[in-house]
Design a protein around this ligand. Structure first.
Ligand code: 9J3
Ligand code: ZN
Length: 264
């Protein structure tokens, strides 16, 4: 109940509510020009239109190598309509490497909470990071350098650094069984496996999927991302039912690993 958890937002969830194309909040968006910011390349902020429910947790979403914010745009309204402020960003150049992307994601969070036109709608203590490919590698870099982050979701992540024992932020690693650009054997799986067992962590391997599955509307990515962000950014234990016991293999899930029950 909201009286017990000040961060809880929206109605009680169901499997159909987390699979739906939209949640209960109407969404507005505002464009952030690259010319008006420093440390990252601008982007688009998606946020619940109403201010009646107070502030919301926020997540920055970064694209992969050679890609722009448009490659992740589907996640903007999909997550924001569930009760998050979502900032899909462009990087300074589309060739930036994961460590640079991680720093840019933190600059974007600082802009979001400190300068953006919707800063008063954001709960600056409830922040997360997501990203695709090198943006997923950047997601791990951001969590490593800012342990106060509440949730991290690398999507088919790519990074030359294979070990992440420094990450204490609850992290959901999403891999794709058919990824030939960031094969799970050398990317998502060792990334997940190197997270400390004391860190809340999960590994979702998408079935019949590719490196670019995170670039188009994907209900499996959405439902577990919503659950992870709700559980760890909002402390909303109503979503624990979708994460524990661990999801079983299905038409869309090749494999799912993680610690249950969660520590945090
Ligand atoms: O962001 C990505 O898609 C990274 C995959 C890649 O092309 O790495 C090779 C340098
Ligand atoms: Zn490392």
């Amino acid at each position: 109940h909201a009286a017990d958890n000040p961060y809880e937002r929206g109605p009680a969830p169901s499997n159909s509510s987390i699979e739906a194309l939209r949640g209960s909040y109407s969404v507005s968006e505002t464009r952030v020009s690259s010319l008006s910011v420093s440390g990252f390349g601008g982007g688009t902020i998606y946020y619940p239109t109403s201010t009646a429910d107070g502030t919301f947790g926020a997540v920055v979403v970064a694209p992969g190598f050679t890609a722009t914010q448009s490659s992740m745009a589907w996640l903007g309204p999909r997550l924001a309509s569930q009760g998050f402020v979502v900032f899909t960003i462009d990087t300074l150049t589309t060739l930036d490497q994961p460590d640079s992307r991680g720093r840019q994601m933190l600059s974007a969070l600082d802009y979001l909470t400190g300068q953006s036109s919707i800063r008063t709608r954001v709960d600056s203590s409830r922040l997360g990071v997501m990203g695709h490919s090198m943006g997923g590698g950047g997601t791990l870099e951001a969590a490593k350098s800012r342990p106060s982050l509440q949730a991290a979701i690398p999507l088919t992540p790519w990074n030359l650094d294979k070990t992440w024992p420094e990450v204490s932020t609850p992290t959901l690693v999403v891999g794709a069984d058919g990824d030939t650009i960031a094969p799970v054997l050398t990317h998502a799986e060792p990334f997940y496996g190197s997270l400390p067992s004391s860190t809340d962590r999960a590994y979702l391997e998408l079935n019949n999927a590719t490196h670019f599955s995170p670039n188009t509307s994907n209900t499996t990515i959405a439902k577990y991302s919503i659950s992870w962000l709700k559980r760890f950014i909002d402390n909303d234990t109503r979503y624990e039912q979708f994460l524990c016991p661990l999801p079983q293999p299905s038409l869309t899930i090749d494999e799912y690993r993680g610690n249950c029950p969660h520590n945090g």
